[in-house]
Design a protein. Structure first.
Length: 271
């Protein structure tokens, strides 16, 4: 089975399954997310948003695995290539488990897939257990994009709730600075698609009407690395740990890799 992976989530899952040898092509974002790919002589192609039939035909995979986000044009190009395609569109943590099982079955790694899901559940349950009895349930605004403002996806809402928070707004919906100001969140988490950990938190906090938000006044404005929240893969457990540190630093004092707090010269950072 020769696979072309068009999103980092797919390459991460294959890596955790011990099946990177199945890859004949992946994106540059996959290479960034899975350093082991740098040592492998595979083709680098565009992702599910911008791939072309020509580049897929050039590597002749037995299977193209794509995942969100898509465009109609890119899906048409994948189909135009004539390559068999597995198109994933997860929304929830349950969907992501289903996709892991599906990919594991494709590469004949079913036991490894079940073990990977068990590890994810264990990591999630560990955070849930520590947060379930907490009296504070902060209101959390999670931002996936800043122009326009877009709420994070459903699986992020699930992670926020597991970490003892209340998710503000409708997952995936467009919002406005005024709507967020009216909601008065206690915590702001920004994970912009494709931005890594480079969200400009000071500019974000300076939006009109935000100066007096509890999140801004109390310096509870954070950037979580894009790949930890926006990639539907086992790395979401690390994203959950980052969320838990942002919401409850008194408990998760050694957690939070991939978490950056808004700068303040007079106060220490969370991590």
């Amino acid at each position: 089975m020769k696979i072309a992976s068009l999103q980092p989530s797919i390459s991460i899952i294959l890596d955790r399954l011990g099946r990177l040898d199945a890859l004949v092509a992946s994106t540059r974002y996959c290479v960034a997310a899975v350093p082991a790919l740098r040592e492998r002589p595979i083709a680098v192609v565009h992702d599910s948003w911008s791939t072309s039939a020509e580049e897929l035909l050039a590597v002749r995979p037995d299977l193209v695995i794509a995942s969100v986000p898509y465009r109609q044009e890119s899906l048409a190009e994948i189909l135009k290539s004539g390559c068999p395609v597995l198109a994933l569109a997860p929304h929830s943590l349950s969907d992501i488990e289903h996709d892991i099982r599906l990919i594991a079955s494709v590469v004949h790694a079913v036991p490894q897939g079940e073990a990977l899901i068990a590890d994810m559940r264990s990591g999630i349950q560990s955070v849930r257990g520590l947060c379930s009895q907490l009296s504070e349930k902060p209101l959390v605004y999670c931002e996936e994009w800043g122009k326009p403002l877009i709420h994070s996806q459903l699986w992020v809402r699930e992670l926020v709730e597991i970490a003892g928070g209340v998710f503000l707004g409708q997952p995936g919906a467009v919002t406005s600075p005024e709507a967020i100001a009216d909601a008065n969140p206690d915590v702001i988490l920004a994970a912009w698609c494709g931005a890594g950990d480079r969200v400009p938190l000071e500019k974000l906090a300076a939006r009109p009407g935000w100066a007096n938000l509890p999140a801004v006044r109390n310096r509870r404005v954070f950037c979580i690395a894009d790949e930890l929240l926006n990639t539907p893969a086992p790395t979401l457990v690390e994203g959950l740990q980052a969320i838990a540190c942002a919401l409850h630093p008194e408990i998760f004092v050694t957690s939070g890799a991939g978490l950056r707090r808004i700068a303040n010269r007079t106060a220490p950072a969370c991590v």
